[in-house]
Design a protein around this ligand. Structure first.
Ligand SMILES: [Zn+2]
Ligand SMILES: [Zn+2]
Length: 205
């Protein structure tokens, strides 16, 4: 499984292209802005995008959903509990950034344990609430996409609607840490890290 990270939008959210080397089937995780640049990268790499997956429903992770979906017709997926954020500018925080952003409705609602095939490989869904109610992390071969739940030596905010610091810490301790020290962590903002590094050096854990 190959991964390319593009930091997009005004607050540099990490959009990840994830694909199977053999089949070129791909996912776009969190197209949070700069749709044209994401589309250019997809065509440059020759990827066939099957799904757009939002780790949660905040503006900086969903703002290019419509543009990508319109251009390539991929199916949009998000956790069932973050569906309301897609179409509510107050809940998706776009109102606070001076615009009202509405995403298309999802084609697919995700929940704990579901598996998403990417060519010959699979990502599984971990429900990791705390940043939002429907925040998810995606676990693949020796890698985990942690959205705004876990960052390199930091953790996500829990003061937005639906947030809970207790749930956030439980999600990290019970879902992400058990993946194992050798798992690469691809967060929603900032540099990548490993589970082992965070277990030893993250001041919040
Ligand atoms: Zn967020
Ligand atoms: Zn974010």
């Amino acid at each position: 499984m190959l991964v390319k990270c593009l930091a997009v939008g005004a607050i540099a959210a990490n959009c990840y292209l994830v694909w199977c080397e053999e089949t070129k089937e791909a996912l776009v995780i969190d197209p949070g802005g700069e749709g044209k640049r994401i589309l250019q990268e997809i065509s440059k790499l020759g990827l066939q995008v099957k799904y757009i997956i939002n780790t949660h429903g905040h503006m900086d992770h969903i703002a290019a959903n419509a543009e990508i979906k319109d251009a390539i017709g991929a199916k949009l997926a998000i956790h069932v509990e973050d569906v309301p954020l897609l179409t509510d500018p107050q809940l998706n925080l776009s109102l606070y950034m001076g615009r009202e952003y509405l995403s298309p409705a999802p084609d697919l609602m995700l929940d704990e344990g579901e598996e998403i095939a990417v060519g010959k490989q699979v990502l599984s869904v971990l429900h990791t609430p705390g940043h939002t109610r429907g925040s998810i992390s995606l676990k693949g071969p020796k890698m985990i996409f942690s959205g705004d739940t876990l960052f390199a030596e930091s953790v996500g905010r829990s003061d937005f609607p639906g947030g809970s610091s207790q749930e956030l810490m439980e999600s990290i301790k019970n879902k992400i840490i058990p993946c194992g020290d050798d798992y690469l962590v691809y967060p929603g903002h900032g540099p990548s890290t490993t589970v082992g590094h965070e277990r030893k050096h993250n001041p919040f854990l």
